[in-house]
Design a protein around this ligand. Sequence first.
Ligand SMILES: Cc1cc2nc3c(=O)[nH]c(=O)nc-3n(C[C@H](O)[C@H](O)[C@H](O)COP(=O)(O)OP(=O)(O)OC[C@H]3O[C@@H](n4cnc5c(N)ncnc54)[C@H](O)[C@@H]3O)c2cc1C
Length: 373
Amino acid sequence: MIHAVIGGGAAGIFAALRCKSQHPDAQVVVFEKTNQLLAKVRISGGGRCNVTHACFDPKQLVQNYPRGAKELLGPFHSFQPKDTIAWFEARGVTLKTEADGRMFPITDSSQTIIDCLLAEADKIGVEIRKQAKIESVVKVEGGFLIDQMRVDRLILATGSSSFGYQVAKSFGHSIVEPVPSLFTFNVPTSNLLDLAGISVPHAVLTIKETGHRQEGPLLITHWGFSGPAALKLSAWAARELHDLDYKATLVIQWTDTESFLERKGYPAIPRNLLVRLGINPAVPMRTLSNKVLSQMGEKLSADAYAVEGKTTYKQEFVTAGGIHLKEVDFKTMQSRITPGLFFAGEILNIDGITGGFNFQNAWTTGWLAGNAS
Ligand SMILES: Cc1cc2nc3c(=O)[nH]c(=O)nc-3n(C[C@H](O)[C@H](O)[C@H](O)COP(=O)(O)OP(=O)(O)OC[C@H]3O[C@@H](n4cnc5c(N)ncnc54)[C@H](O)[C@@H]3O)c2cc1C
């Protein structure tokens, strides 16, 4: 029996490892077109690799996936962050949790993760072929012909590359149009650009045109806005913002204004920012007229900016879109259209917000595909 995996990223390698552990006597071969395996793992999380997220309740976990939440619920009962932690721990890699829940190897180096995965592949006998770009895949009786090689089972783990989508299409699958997710907002007309580096701990962001709303820390950048609230918003509104050509009105509630409007004090946000918003905290509150107070309240709670484009977030970006999820059996990751064909990772129409959720999707769907193939 020959099991082939196309794609030497997180999903493909993890699928191959699980597959080989289930079928020690089978030949399991990974084809990777570049000469670098796990290239995204290497650069991920700023070189530290945000492997997963410390969220262990599948119901809560799925809420971090703008696309794929419903479908991942079952899979997370089979393989979730706890299992990821245990898998690496059993192979000598300890993960640590940061205050916001993101998990990294204690070495703070993505190389630790790469070394662990590749040592395991070597140990159990997964065959890895680098610089092996697959050009064609066709169905033959009982299996597939991958270029010149006949295989029995095929796991497609080609990430967001067009090749994977083409192969899936040739087997009757439909592709949800790929669009970027996890980006920051360009606001060239913002009068805050020179305050780059200033952040507020809890802003509420709304896209006026679509009504999408997200909250959390917000960072002012040289080009507009970033930080967790902006990134989450970009993920949840990825498709609609694409349709708007990334031109939209971003409405910012900088802080809760209740106690300010009750004249209990100026909001606890950086003074430079307050002043730029037209609020001078040196002025005693009792001297403000009701009209001025309410104008200031309006500025603090509904401050509008014209978004004119997006900038890729270097720490982590992903593709929304991919294989239509209703065409995949999420118990096995097998195609509902072509038996013997499996999918794992970003090739699926699944993406998470930033924080380790995208790798968790790769580990979980890779594990399931390898388990069943
Ligand atoms: C800069 C950056 C940082 C990130 N940081 C994080 C993070 O810290 N945490 C997190 O959870 N997520 C992170 N992500 C997202 C995460 O890296 C991806 O979701 C994940 O790597 C997807 O894995 P995959 O195996 O599905 O696809 P990929 O990693 O894209 O792997 C697909 C592989 O298939 C190969 N391939 C394609 N076509 C062929 C072909 N014809 N023949 C052979 N091989 C082929 C490609 O060369 C590639 O190696 C980051 C992404 C980026 C870009």
